[in-house]
Design a protein around this ligand. Structure first.
Ligand code: NAI
Length: 248
């Protein structure tokens, strides 16, 4: 029996990167996948194709996770199309790094909307379905810098720390209805997001990691399989670092 056989997962920002790796790994475990991204483009179509080839039901939706209205509509549509939502992975996230001195108000607001408000939007919309089902697993993508902070990323770190507070609160609020909520805090993972960094900054990060390398999206996805499945049936309100001991 596969670990997520017959379940339905909704994963935000999953046309590429960590979100896509979670979608693929979940599908390999028999999970039907609804995923969103800002637009329907070639990445979304490719991801949809790769998921369907794994023999599960899969569909990509263009939806802005930062929009409350979009998120409500998305959850309603997915619930109709798939007949429920067992696992919500709030993965969508972006960076607008700068020193505080140079940070503009719009960069603060954008990061809060895309990284933090999105988690509220989707969880708020999904709770009705999960409450009715009396089960659910919510996984929120935080970051090690949400735990430790990082110079030049005050907006991003604050949004990721906010996710941790939200996660622990929801775990307490919805636990009695058999709904679990956990956060994953990846360290330095090799995706398009980290590819934006200059070569010397990337090398510097890698030197500081005890495992001496960046992680792969698949390594984050494996932890999300654990949190989405019954393997973690008594795990809720936790933050699991996936960082090669960078943050310990
Ligand atoms: P990525 O940039 O490769 O992929 C992010 C995806 O989210 C993209 O497909 C993008 O279009 C989508 N997205 C952006 N804004 C969106 C919105 N408003 N609505 C819907 N989708 C949206 O990034 P990556 O590296 O895969 O990151 C995924 C998550 O993991 C993010 O939350 C990020 O903050 C977090 N993370 C990543 C780390 C890394 O080292 N790559 C480390 C720690 C956390």
């Amino acid at each position: 029996m596969k670990l997520l056989e017959g379940k339905v997962a909704l994963i935000t920002g999953a046309s590429r990167g960590i979100g896509k790796a979670i979608a693929i790994r979940y599908a390999q475990e028999g999970c039907n996948i609804a995923f969103s991204d800002v637009r329907r483009d070639e990445n979304m179509e490719l991801c949809e194709k790769e998921l369907l080839a794994l023999g599960v039901k899969a569909k990509g939706y263009a939806s802005n996770a930062a929009s409350f209205e979009d998120s409500e509509k998305l959850v309603e549509t997915v619930a109709n199309d798939f007949g429920g939502i067992d696992i919500l992975v709030n993965n969508a996230g972006i960076t607008r790094d700068n020193l505080l001195m140079r940070m503009q108000e719009k960069d603060w607001d954008l990061i809060m909307d895309v990284n933090l408000k999105s988690v509220f939007n989707l969880t708020h919309a999904c709770q009705k379905i999960m409450l009715k089902q009396r089960s659910g697993s919510i996984i929120n993508m935080s970051s090690v810098v949400g735990v430790s902070g990082n110079a030049g990323q005050s907006n991003y770190s604050a949004s990721k720390a906010g996710i941790i507070g939200f996660t622990k609160s929801i775990a307490q609020e919805l636990g009695s209805r058999n709904i679990r909520c956990n956060a994953v805090a990846p360290g330095f993972i090799i995706t398009d997001m980290t590819a934006q960094l200059p070569e010397d900054v990337r090398k510097d990060w890698e030197k500081k990691i005890p495992l001496r390398r960046g992680g792969t999206p698949e390594e984050v996805a494996k932890v999300c399989v654990f949190l989405g499945s019954d393997l973690s049936s008594y795990v809720s309100g936790q933050v699991i670092n996936v960082c090669g001991a960078m943050n310990c």
